[in-house]
Design a binder for this molecule. Structure first.
Ligand SMILES: NC(=O)c1ccc[n+]([C@@H]2O[C@H](COP(=O)([O-])OP(=O)(O)OC[C@H]3O[C@@H](n4cnc5c(N)ncnc54)[C@H](OP(=O)(O)O)[C@@H]3O)[C@@H](O)[C@H]2O)c1
Length: 310
């Protein structure tokens, strides 16, 4: 099969896309290419300033890009509710929701504004809440897609149903793995639920292999964990790829006609670390119906967001 690249993106004229974490890395490149193809792109960023800078960088390259900055902090349910309410009140159909933003392995346990462990809270619960709240505008769109960005790090991950927020014995990488496994369980369960009720909405999962982004840098005042330094110092130079290339599976999941609901897409190269998008298979526990149900119920309880009717 021919390698899928940004040249294969069909026209996105008349479509609206929201990309979380659109100011950096994979989210930035996905937003840029969707805008190049004609979509109106909402750059959902926790810092309005970084969002505006990203908008300007895209406009410098694509003067005709139609972009809006949306302030959205996925580590705050209040912020998520505010951002979603603005979109739902406008009643403009949303054709693409790209659940991309993420944090990786802060060496010391951190909490979101609502008291959830930062990675579980941001990477999973924040996107769970955002998706549920945006469902009304996704349902207004013809053929909407929800793309959730996971990771090969979901492999070896485990959902700690009894302690998902790591109140006991926090470990940075296992906590990241849990959040990325949760991304997959959510994307697949959402697809099962949506498909029964609403033809035309697809939920898919993607992963970018190992890509050169800001992900492996720790926050201000923190040293990246040893594993993060190993990935960025060794794996990335040897086996990794650029952030633009890393955005291809996300774009493929978002726009390729070859995609099916509940599919998982990642790079085709060695150990899925780099390459061109193809369908891949997640670890068996990502398809476990009981765990996804328990995670779904827990996520509803923690966030207070219910997916009306699903
Ligand atoms: N790079 C890789 O090799 C790799 C591999 C597997 C999976 N992934 C996944 O790819 C996705 C994108 O990561 P990336 O590699 O592009 O890293 P990145 O360059 O660090 O981008 C992450 C984005 O998420 C945003 N973000 C973090 N916390 C947020 C919050 N509370 N609210 C809103 N936005 C927030 C960041 O905003 P700030 O700029 O303000 O921090 C940034 O825009 C993540 O889900 C990550 O898990 C990446």
């Amino acid at each position: 099969m021919a390698q899928w690249t940004t040249r294969d993106i069909p026209s996105q004229q008349g479509r609206r896309a929201l990309v979380t974490g659109a100011n950096s890395g994979i989210g930035f490149h996905a937003a840029k290419e969707l805008a190049r193809a004609g979509a109106v792109v909402l750059l959902a960023c926790r810092s309005a300033e970084k969002g505006s800078q990203a908008k300007q960088r895209i406009l410098n390259e694509i003067p005709s890009a139609q972009l809006e900055v949306l302030e959205l902090d996925l580590a705050s349910l209040a912020s998520i509710r505010r951002a979603a309410a603005m979109l739902v009140d406008d009643r403009n159909p949303l054709h693409l929701l790209i659940n991309n933003a993420g944090v990786l392995a802060p060496p010391a346990r951190q909490l979101t504004a609502d008291g959830f462990e930062l990675q579980f809270g941001t990477n999973h619960l924040g996107h769970f809440a955002l998706t549920g709240l945006l469902l009304p505008v996704l349902l207004l769109a013809h053929e909407a897609r929800i793309v959730t960005v996971s990771s090969i790090a979901h492999r070896g991950g485990k959902i700690r149903l009894d302690d998902p927020n790591w109140d006991r014995g926090y470990e940075p990488w296992p906590a990241y793995r849990q959040s990325k496994l949760a991304n997959l369980l959510f994307a697949f369960e959402l697809d099962r639920r949506i498909r029964e009720m609403h033809e035309g909405i697809l939920s898919v999962a993607v992963h970018p292999g190992i890509s050169n982004t800001n992900l492996f840098k720790a926050g201000p005042g923190q040293k990246p964990s040893l594993s993060s330094r190993l990935v960025s110092g060794l794996l990335l130079p040897l086996f990794g790829q650029s952030d633009a290339q890393g955005a291809l599976p996300t774009l493929y999941g978002a726009v390729s006609p070859g995609v099916h609901g509940g599919g998982f897409y990642g790079p085709d190269g060695f150990k899925e670390m780099r390459g061109y998008p193809v369908e891949v298979r997640a670890e068996a526990n990502a398809y476990d119906a009981m765990t996804s149900l328990e995670l779904w119920q827990m996520s509803e309880e923690f966030t207070g967001v219910r997916f009306g009717g699903l």
